[in-house]
Design a protein around this ligand. Structure first.
Ligand SMILES: Cc1ncc(C[n+]2csc(CCOP(=O)(O)OP(=O)(O)O)c2C)c(N)n1
Ligand SMILES: CC(=O)[C@@H](O)[C@H](O)COP(=O)(O)O
Ligand SMILES: [Mg+2]
Length: 639
């Protein structure tokens, strides 16, 4: 891989859009692919990003944009993490060194960036449903010349939504809709489940195909013996293919199936796509690719083929460590708890490594369930496990809990089941853009009866609160923590009810600090001192249900401030305000959190500064509020 400072190769520089791409000769495409791979590696080496998935779709993306006419035809990317090549070929190669930087290219499709981009949501398994709707709309509007193409990975295909969509698509034989299954056999780690086994068996069949091709090419040269032997082999192949191939599965659903296609042979992919386009009806094009293809550090990168590395050395592939402290502490604690409690089992939704459960899976392989990208199934399967006498711990990213809200509410909480949900990447995550911030969980969890929520402020509290959560046996519990390194340990100086007092002040301002906001709140309190304002800082540890001791404490303060790394609407601050209102405590409550809007990608610290979630901002706002005795802080962005 040639080291380059993000300079474009000549061919790639000449491609300003699909029209230029179509003008290239087939003999130029290998060089274009090499230039694209060069840029993928050099750019993500600096910024981090989804290198593995994008290296795997270089030839596929070239073929897609040579066969179809985007944006007239719509090309949808499921999850969107593999759309870097699509961006390069639709006029953004010259900006690719701004990937995932504030104000630069998003790591996912972005309608604001290009008319070629459609789905901005990075939550998996949605593309087929979008495609179903788009194709129906074009048909109803008489725009029959348009084709909708959805590219979905084998991992995303394990998501339930994808099968809901397939069921509907199969019912409409006249929809010009092409589903490209990008099958690299991996999600983060190897894709799991019956479907994955099916697809994996095909890859075996593919080798079988290759053998048969070889036989056919060579055996026919032996006129007498050859033919019967080849026919016998062919008969065997057909038998295998019928039994194993999802061709049967998809065709039984009423979908045309074209496969297996070598996803790194641009011309083969182009031919398959042209054939599929000709059907003018739903077609599956099953493409075999390799995650990380063409860059050996990615191809050989253990568990995840460089799915989403941080910055790394492009020459060696050596990654700069990503400090996932919270995740590692959780992983260690799970191994300890697993030894103490044989009823504890763990569930991941295709995120074994990223949620820190690899140590648990190694220690207790028969007590770890990877359900694929299937959060809804994860929660209700956990309900079943709990009904069966176990205590499941379901580890998901906070943003993906949204997917399984009804399952948590109705399948788990309604039955008062002992399930613990651990939410990693809670709060502002930043780089991954709007749909990856964990900013809704503390709001949606407020409405679930009988469910308790803990938010640890540091490592000791994470260990304590996880133990407390798995000890609860009459209802669900949730523990949530952010992405990245754990902050400093902050010891309590006293107790207020069950809450930790982190700083005892005179009764001016009562600051309720939610989890890791503690460090910021203590900093703000120190700044308030300089203004002659005394602040008491408490950490509830459990934010649902809230500690009744808050009521008495609030009564004697002039202002109650709640600071949380969650959306302001419906979060802990609103819960505190409601509790005080219900107790007729007439003290103003002000919440500092994430404003109710979708946040553009940027570094976490920058986003927190932009929304005013910093010690300086909070101290200044409180000072003004106390001074004016009018605590209405309408203009604060974090309000
Ligand atoms: C609902 C949801 N759960 C989990 C994730 C995290 N995630 C992002 S990409 C990925 C793997 C996707 O695998 P696949 O669809 O096969 O694409 P590939 O990376 O192999 O190209 C996962 C689990 C997600 N984006 N959305
Ligand atoms: C696309 C997706 O959902 C994941 O790949 C995500 O980008 C990973 O985030 P982390 O890097 O925080 O694990
Ligand atoms: Mg995959």
């Amino acid at each position: 891989m040639s080291e380059r400072a993000g300079r474009l190769g000549g061919l790639l520089e000449s491609v300003k859009g699909p029209r230029d791409l179509k003008a290239l000769g087939a003999d130029e495409l290998p060089r274009l692919a090499a230039e694209i791979r060069d840029l993928l590696v050099s750019a993500t080496a600096r910024t981090g990003g989804h290198l593995g998935p994008n290296l795997g779709v270089v030839e596929l993306t070239i073929a897609l944009h040579r066969v179809f006419d985007s944006p007239r035809d719509r090309i949808l990317w499921d999850t969107g993490h593999q759309a870097y090549v699509h961006k390069m070929l639709t006029g953004r190669a010259d900006r690719f060194d701004t990937l995932r930087q504030e104000g630069g290219l998003s790591g996912y499709p972005s309608q604001a960036e290009s008319e070629h981009d459609v789905i901005e949501n990075s939550h998996a398994s949605t593309a087929l449903s979008y495609a179903d709707g788009l194709a129906k709309a074009y048909r109803l509007r008489g725009e029959d010349d348009r084709t909708v193409v959805a590219v979905i990975g084998d991992g995303a295909l394990t998501g339930g939504m994808a099968w809901e969509a397939l069921n509907n698509i199969a019912a409409h034989k006249d929809l010009p809709l092409i589903i490209v299954v990008n099958d690299n056999g991996r999600s983060y780690s190897p894709t799991i489940g019956g479907l994955a086994n099916h697809l994996a068996s095909l890859r075996t069949t593919q080798r079988y195909e290759d053998v048969l091709e070889f036989v056919k090419d060579n055996l026919n040269k032996v006129p007498v013996v050859g033919a019967p032997v080849y026919d016998a082999l062919h008969g065997m192949k057909k038998g295998i293919k019928d039994v194993l191939a999802p061709q049967a599965m998809f065709e039984d659903l009423g979908l045309k199936y074209i496969g297996l296609v070598d996803g790194h042979d641009t011309q083969a992919v182009e031919a398959a796509l042209r054939r599929a386009r000709g059907f003018r009806r739903p077609v599956i094009v099953h493409v075999l690719t390799k995650k990380g293809f063409g860059y050996s550090p990615a191809e050989n990168h253990g568990e995840d083929c460089f799915h989403s590395p941080g910055a790394f050395d492009p020459l060696t592939g050596e990654e700069k460590p990503k400090p996932h402290g919270w995740t590692n502490v959780f992983g260690q604690e799970m191994v300890r708890l697993g030894a103490e409690r044989r009823d504890i089992v763990a569930i991941t939704a295709a995120m074994l490594g990223p949620t820190g459960l690899i140590p648990f899976s190694e220690a207790y392989p028969d007590r770890l369930y990877d359900v694929g990208i299937a959060e809804q199934h994860a929660l209700t399967s956990a309900a079943g496990l709990a009904m069966g006498g176990l205590h499941p711990v379901v580890a998901v990213y906070a943003t993906f809990l949204n997917r399984a809200f009804d399952q948590l509410l109705m399948d788990v909480a309604l039955h008062r089941l002992p399930v613990t949900v651990v939410l990693d990447r809670a709060g502002v995550t930043g780089d991954d853009g709007a749909s990856h911030n964990g900013m809704w969980d503390l709001s949606i969890l407020q409405v679930i009866p009988g469910l308790s929520v803990a938010v640890p402020r540091d490592e000791p509290r994470l260990r304590e609160l996880l133990s407390e959560a798995v000890a609860v046996d009459d209802g669900p519990t949730v523990v949530r923590y952010p992405k990245g390194p754990v902050g400093p340990e902050i010891e309590a100086v006293g107790k207020l009810g069950e809450m930790d007092v982190l700083r005892a002040g005179d009764p001016d301002v009562l600051v309720v600090s939610v989890g890791p906001m503690a460090e910021m709140c203590l900093e703000a309190a120190a700044m308030l001192d300089a203004q002659g304002i005394s602040a008491t800082v408490v950490d509830p540890r459990w934010v649902k249900p809230l500690d009744e001791a808050l009521v008495a404490a609030a009564r004697v303060h002039k202002l109650v401030v709640v600071v949380e790394d969650n959306g302001r609407v419906g979060g802990v601050g609103d819960a505190v305000a409601r509790m005080l209102r219900d107790a007729d405590v007439d003290v103003p409550v002000r919440t500092y959190g994430i404003p109710q809007r979708f946040l553009d990608h940027a570094k976490r610290a920058k986003i927190l500064a932009d929304i005013g979630l910093t010690a300086q901002d909070i101290a200044r706002e409180i000072t003004e509020a106390v001074a004016k005795r009018s605590p209405v802080l309408e203009n604060h962005p974090a309000r």
